[in-house]
Design a protein around this ligand. Sequence first.
Ligand code: N01
Length: 542
Amino acid sequence: QTVQETATETRNVPPTVDVVIVGAGFSGMYLLHKMRQQGLTAVVFEAGTGVGGTWYWNRYPGARVDVESLAYSYSFSEDLEQEYPWEERYPTQPEILKYANHVADRFDLRKDIVFRTRVSSATWSEEENSWAVRTEHEDSVTARFLVMATGCLSAPKLPEIPGIETFKGTSYQTSRWPHEQIEFTGKRVGIIGTGSSGVQSIPVIAETADDLTVFQRTPSYSLPARNRRLREDEIAAMRATYRDYRQAQKESGAGVPVVVPTKSALEVTEEERNAAFEEAWESGSLVNLLSTFTDFATNQAANDTAKAWIHGKIHDIVKDPQVADDLCPDYPVGTKRPCLDTNYFETFNLPNVHLVNLHRTPLVEVTEKGIRTSDQEYEFDVIVYATGFDAMTGALTNVDIRGRDGLSLKETWSAGPRTYLGIGSAGFPNLFMITGPGSPSVLSNMIVSIEQHVDWVADAIAHLEQQGLRTIEATPAAQDEWVDHVNLLASYTLYPRANSWYMGANVPGKTRVFMPYCGGVGEYRKKCDDVAAQGYVGFSFA
Ligand code: N01
């Protein structure tokens, strides 16, 4: 943590503001800036000691973004985008956190952010038409609007096995990594989890640990990132065409413009298909891989061609055939979030790295000495949990949000989240979610989706101000229709076939429902714009 992160920290909590914003990640920071521009007062509550959200918390070794820096950056300030000196194609967590801090300083955001403060509850008052927001420190603020800028992957989840607290060595969670440098030299390390966080940290930990044992429940599809320093000429070229590029991002499927595929994987020869896969593999871009053909997401046979090809790549890289087999995923490509790595599969050729396939020998417990599977006890000095998040809903339902008549958001969503556009929920007036369930969010370049939501919410609030209205609220009918639409789109795809966090499948007891909108950010933006243009159809006002 840098001095800069806390230097101007304040705990001045105003009793009343126009807008309470929860979270000082990329959503909360931009929203604060927008609210100020609209002449509104706002306070941001942030649990961390600094800004950056995801990039504040996830400091694990090897953490990087998997969208290119020139694309994974704010577009709202042309000066910022022209001046910010990105260094790498896929920046490291420290580089992105530096950017977040730069933005906080540049737009003087810190004075309205209350750090080290988690919001515990928010209760709607019918009489006052306002939210009463309370924090863990008993701060109490009243606001007309409440915006949950809490992120989609921010409520960490530990594995549901007994004994975690009994381990006598040191434990770390990738999503709660300490701020100081952690040394693995001379240590026996066990890591549970092989999603993006595991895939990125395993090769880096393996470089110095004496011994690293990877406990894998589900293997991941992963593509080599081919990261490198950015060249001056490519930065200059992007800066010269940034407006056109930003427009293309907005109209794209995933917030990253790609050549739109025109052919099915099944209508080309095997040679053509393999050449296309090879090109995508070499490009180091996930969206390139997922958009090689039209029907990956919808046709099992088409998807199987990519699956078989990637299995071949894994077998080419990993020398031990049994280990290679264990590292080959079985679910359709893209139905769980694929990873971008540096030397992931290669790491399993190192003599100090071992893979434990938990499908063969399930986890039983954590012991004082290490981890016990059905087969044996492994002894460790360090255990790393790369076990993911209660995604998309966890950060929202962790706050005790009470809408009309004491309606609890958590209870209302017990059979799956219900929103209109992923922005509002019926029964919760003047509550907005940034990149909530039912919006493209995690299926897109998050910054593109964040900016779109923040702009939309800011416009909606301005609309209320101009019309002299006090409340805006999703209607139950519009919400039902939207939830049905989101589910229908998902049902046309292979997504529901995997046990992914998109489906809530990684959290025992969580209702199995595909949470993001999978129709693409371009289509989604049009829908949101139409809703606004038609006087916010589907929302009721008072
Ligand atoms: O979390 P995950 P993550 N016993 O849920 C395993 C983004 N992200 O932090 O798949 C044993 O993907 C679990 O197994 P399974 C990105 O969107 C991006 O890695 O549930 N194992 C899985 O292997 C990503 O998708 C970047 O069977 C257990 C792992 O732990 C999302 O964040 C980097 C277990 C969790 O993987 C989440 O990624 C990092 C148990 N009880 C994250 N419980 C980049 O930009 C869980 N697991 C590159």
